[in-house]
Design a protein around this ligand. Structure first.
Ligand code: UDP
Length: 362
């Protein structure tokens, strides 16, 4: 196949999970970056580390409201698609950029493929849940990481012939980026940590970062853990923590600017425990075989609850659950090492095959 495929992305997790697909498509990939994430350490460093080339269209919708982001990006991407006429548009996940790519594909009459389709938290308070549902409804092909996602789509009336179980491309991204043993040891030295002797945490979801009581409770729980806690601060969390006057809580943690992907997964693979409200980190826990406490009211990855992942709301349950899990080390790490990755094999190959299969039917 030689047809060009437009790949629309705008945030850190999309760059990560689309990178292996972009590599496999090679010259066929037409890259559209909406600029939803625009800081060097949330975007450029990821493009560079994962070897993603310069976008063919680079917008600057970052920092705007959700409506402005979706509106501005949709207008510009639609124009781009009409000019370039790719054979298909690919979006990933649940972001505003994904919604814009989906709407633009739909209005430009270009078939749409959704990678990481069928994820559902059934929590309508999350903007991401609305984004996922919208994109799935518009997509010609919904490529799902796990059979449970296919079931979720069928329950919503999406026909079987639009669904393909491909697996998740995240493991392929980690294969590109995971540092060597020597580099991983160097990372510990750089951060002043010991293998298995620290907790790695990320917090950025609106339900946590935008609520002073929740954010304060999370930071205090982290500070109360018996191991040092490394917290790379998402720009949203940083600005909210400063706005809410939480500098004293931050001072008790090893706070950093967002960490490069190679460094992040290098640290995650050597942590005792992960604490996060991130979607990607939940899945990375299954790859680096570390337990993760998900600080949320709901998760779109219920299949890993009770094994790799443990769901707790912002508040004292974080410390309780962390205490339980840390008490089970190192046996717990050995148990997780023995568990298979739940999100499929050869996902990138399956994704590109599904795109080409769609194109062939048009
Ligand atoms: N991540 C990173 N550096 C950091 C924090 C996170 O590289 O300092 C990576 C992490 O490994 C994961 C991704 O960023 O793959 C998650 O992005 P985010 O939490 O922003 O989005 P989500 O996955 O929740 O959509």
């Amino acid at each position: 196949m030689t047809e060009r495929i437009a790949i629309v992305f705008g945030t850190r997790p999309e760059i990560i999970k689309l990178a292996p697909v972009i590599h496999r498509l090679g010259d066929r990939a037409l890259l559209v970056h909406t600029g939803q994430h625009f800081d060097d350490n949330m975007s450029r460093s990821f493009l560079e580390q994962l070897g993603v080339g310069q976008p063919h269209l680079h917008l600057e919708v970052g920092g705007a409201t959700r409506g402005e982001q979706i509106g501005q990006a949709t207008i510009a991407i639609e124009r781009f698609l009409i000019d370039e006429r790719p054979a298909a548009v690919v979006v990933q996940g649940d972001t505003n950029s994904g919604v814009a790519g989906a709407l633009a594909a739909n209005s430009a009459g270009v078939p749409l493929v959704h990678i990481e389709a069928g994820m559902r938290s059934y929590d309508r308070a999350m903007p991401e849940e609305h984004n996922r549902i919208l994109i799935d409804v518009l997509s010609n092909r919904c490529l799902v990481p796990h059979p449970t996602n296919a079931e979720a789509l069928r329950r919503e009336g999406i026909a079987d012939d639009r669904i393909r179980v491909t697996g998740s491309t995240l493991r392929d991204a980690l294969a590109i980026i995971m540092p060597s043993e020597v580099e991983r040891a160097g990372l510990l030295a750089e951060y002043g940590l010991t293998a298995g002797g620290f907790v790695l945490a990320t917090i950025h979801r609106a339900e946590n970062a935008d609520h002073p009581a929740n954010l304060r409770a999370i930071l205090r729980e982290l500070a109360g853990l018996p191991l040092p806690v490394v917290l790379p601060l998402h720009p949203r969390t940083k600005s909210k923590a400063l706005e809410f006057g939480l500098q004293p809580e931050l001072a008790l943690l090893h706070v950093h600017e967002p960490i490069g992907y190679r460094q992040f997964v290098g640290l995650a693979s050597q942590a005792a425990l992960l604490v996060s409200d991130s979607g990607g980190v939940q899945e990375e826990a299954c790859i680096v075989k570390r337990p993760v406490i998900i600080v949320r009211n709901s998760t779109e990855r219920p299949e890993i609850l009770g094994t790799f992942a443990h769901l707790v709301p912002a508040g004292p349950e974080i410390g309780v659950k962390a205490g339980e899990l840390l008490a089970r080390l190192p046996t717990l790490h050995a148990e997780l090492e023995a568990m298979p990755y739940p999100y499929g094999d050869d996902a990138t190959r399956n994704v590109v095959a599904a795109i080409d299969e769609l194109i062939a039917t048009i």
